[in-house]
Design a protein around this ligand. Structure first.
Ligand code: SF4
Ligand code: SF4
Ligand code: SF4
Length: 315
């Protein structure tokens, strides 16, 4: 199904409504948010990761992404960072006495800055799983989400004629029809229906389940091996909490996980929005124009607008 004129007009109208709705009194306080009770997530443990990058390859395959060979003379998949073809990357941090592998993907923030920044509702937080989802049908390519994301996760398909935002959606397309069941204390989907990176990891350096279960597991490991880890679970409270949690043997800031404090980052985005939209007439016009251009380009390019919108495509 292509994005029709009626839908495009709806988007334009919705844009105006959202832009207007995003105007908030400067004094409005933003309450701390809690994850949904059954929120899903991942736990990554640097002490278990051997940097094999099986998770990177599995992510590419599971999400039907192009293989990124741009950093290896076209010979093999070796992305240096997240990009328009890469939703999951393993990096090596080495500095003085510090050395560690670290996995990077969307953190599925409890209070995501990207959804606050996206005025067209293209990025949303699922009320049950807490997964931060992307729907390309409403995206006009403004890339505000890229500016807002504190973890520099959201990327853009600059290499495509009709580009979309690229980010991990916890492989939600794989478990769309599957049922969670408890396996060894963790809520899991049947084989080949869970997050691909977790299913292939030979060391169980990254595992998935409900956030509450993963948090309990992280606490158990910390209590059992206090000598092994920095005494903290990154994501428990950081940046308002995230659904991807980390344990590490090196300081978190050394592996690209800054100390944002416990406050949700949207507080900052919220302040920026307030500044930007004080006179919201201009953004309404801007987004209306962007929505129209996006609709027209997609029509010209003949791209099926729904092709990857949660229908067995990228997640
Ligand atoms: S598959 Fe597991 S061990 Fe290998 S790089 Fe990824 S997280 Fe690390
Ligand atoms: S890490 Fe970035 S893209 Fe992911 S939910 Fe948080 S703000 Fe959004
Ligand atoms: S959950 Fe899926 S999309 Fe996210 S990093 Fe893992 S394999 Fe990639």
């Amino acid at each position: 199904m292509k994005l029709g004129r009626r839908q495009a007009l709806k988007v334009i109208a919705a844009t105006g409504a959202m832009a207007a709705g995003s105007v908030a009194p400067a004094s409005a306080a933003r309450a701390r948010r809690e994850p949904p009770p059954d929120a899903l997530g991942m736990l990554y443990d640097t002490t278990k990761c051997i940097g094999c990058k099986a998770c990177v390859v599995a992510c590419t395959e599971a999400n039907h992404l192009e293989v990124d060979t741009s950093w290896s003379d076209g010979l093999y998949q070796a992305p240096l960072d997240l990009n328009g073809k890469t939703k999951n990357v393993i990096k090596l941090y080495r500095e003085g006495p510090y050395q560690s592998y670290v996995k990077a993907q969307c953190m599925h923030c409890v209070d995501p800055a990207c959804t606050s920044a996206c005025m067209l509702g293209s990025l949303k937080k699922d009320p049950v799983t807490g997964i931060v989802t992307y729907d390309q049908r409403y995206c006009v390519g403004c890339r505000y989400c890229m500016m807002a994301c504190p973890f520099n996760v959201t990327k853009f398909e600059y290499h495509k004629v009709a580009p979309n935002i690229v980010k991990c959606e916890l492989c939600r397309h794989r478990f769309a029809e599957a049922t969670l069941a408890e396996t060894n204390g963790f809520s899991r989907f049947p084989a080949n229906h869970g997050p691909a990176c977790c299913e292939v990891c030979p060391r169980e350096a990254v595992i998935y389940g409900k956030r509450s279960e993963l948090l309990a597991e992280a606490k158990r490991r910390l209590a059992e091996h206090p000598d092994r880890y920095v005494p903290k679970i990154y994501g428990e409270d950081d940046a308002g909490g995230t659904q991807v949690l980390y344990l590490s043997h090196v300081p978190f800031e050394k592996i690209g996980l800054p100390d944002f404090g416990p406050r949700g980052v949207p507080h900052t985005a919220y302040t920026v929005q307030e500044g930007l939209y004080q006179g919201f007439v201009a953004p309404v016009a801007l987004y209306g124009a962007l929505a129209f251009v996006m609709w027209r380009n997609r029509k010209k390019g003949g791209q099926p607008a729904d092709a990857a919108a949660g229908k067995g495509e990228a997640s």
